[in-house]
Ligand binder design. Sequence first.
Ligand SMILES: [Zn+2]
Length: 422
Amino acid sequence: MIIIQIFCISRTRLENKIMSTSFVYHALGLRDQFYKRTRFLRGAVIIEVFPKPEAIRCPECHSRSVTKRGTIQRDIRTIPIGSKPVLLRAIIQRIWCPFCQFVRQIKLSFSNKGKSYTRAFERYVIELSQLMTIKDIANHLRISWDTIKEIQKAHLKQRYKGIKLKNIKRIAIDEISIGKGHQYLTIVMDLQTGRILHVDKGKGGDALKTFWKKIKLSKVQIEAVSIDMSPAYLSAVVENLPKVPIVFDRFHVVKLFNEKLSNFRRDLYNHLSDSDEQKLIKGTRWLLLKNPENLKDDKKEPERLKKALEINQPLSTVYYMKEELRQIWNQPDKETAKKVVSNWINLANVSNIPVLKKFAKTLSLHKIRILAYYDFFISTGPLEGTNNKIKTMKRKAYGYRDFEFFKLKLFDLHNKKYALIG
Ligand SMILES: [Zn+2]
């Protein structure tokens, strides 16, 4: 809190100087600088400062027995006063150190080497980053987008330079598609905390290579992994975590079956000779894929679905089997679920419908990984829940242009209290 007292009595120049040195110390955190004067230029406040004697020391050996060798001047952004940008016009002393035998500039205590802003300014930007997008902060502080990004990046890099894998137990691995042109990212999430642990380009096992390395180094004991049924992730997990149980994501299993159902309907429609039958099946794709509890009565969806199913026995069977498939994950325990799976496989085989028989094979092959759900109750669902956030971030323009930054922002995603991501 800055308390500005207005005195009616006039002060001497010296008093002014002391008070302002005190101001730059208390308000701007400049411990080793004297205040010289303030100027106002194009809406900005320019505060001129010069170093106190204790600041004049060798940047290397810190000796104060140095000889002055001229000065240079630099403008350094610091925290604004109200809505006014504030620049420190710093007089920087050059010194000759007899011990180090060189001429150098003294080290600035209030900004990092080579930066055009103070550490206080950096902290302020980081605080604002919790609430505002980069664009908003840049507009608010009247500084470039790139500067805000640079500050955020340096901060995140420091924060996530070594992601701790020590206490990780259950993870999900999945790919997400971002933008056009089939760009994919492979993402690993800690299912307990929702933290993103690893990000890489692509959707194959290659995208996980550095993750396995980190796992090995950290000697962490992972309890279970949730993945979809894609062979790429499956073989990568089997190879790198051979003893860890795999849980096939339930939603992906149903999704895979839905694709089969959808194709089945399309083929059926194309092969129907009766145009009346075609009419009934036309436009039923979404009704077939919808969960029955979500069918809308007012749009006569249950009725339309019923009619389509009535006229075609095989379609009706495949649809019924979709509903049965979903029941695998709604059982009271693993034993009962096991029976549901076996029953499904039997029904599929007696149905004599190729698509069902084929899916029955997939189910029997992966039975253990499907039923492993009942040991851990995990899925890749939470990871998919972040998809929209990630896509928004990608749209905000730093996707692949600076992949490292994009990655850091993903690691930081769980920290966002608000939906504002920039
Ligand atoms: Zn020295």
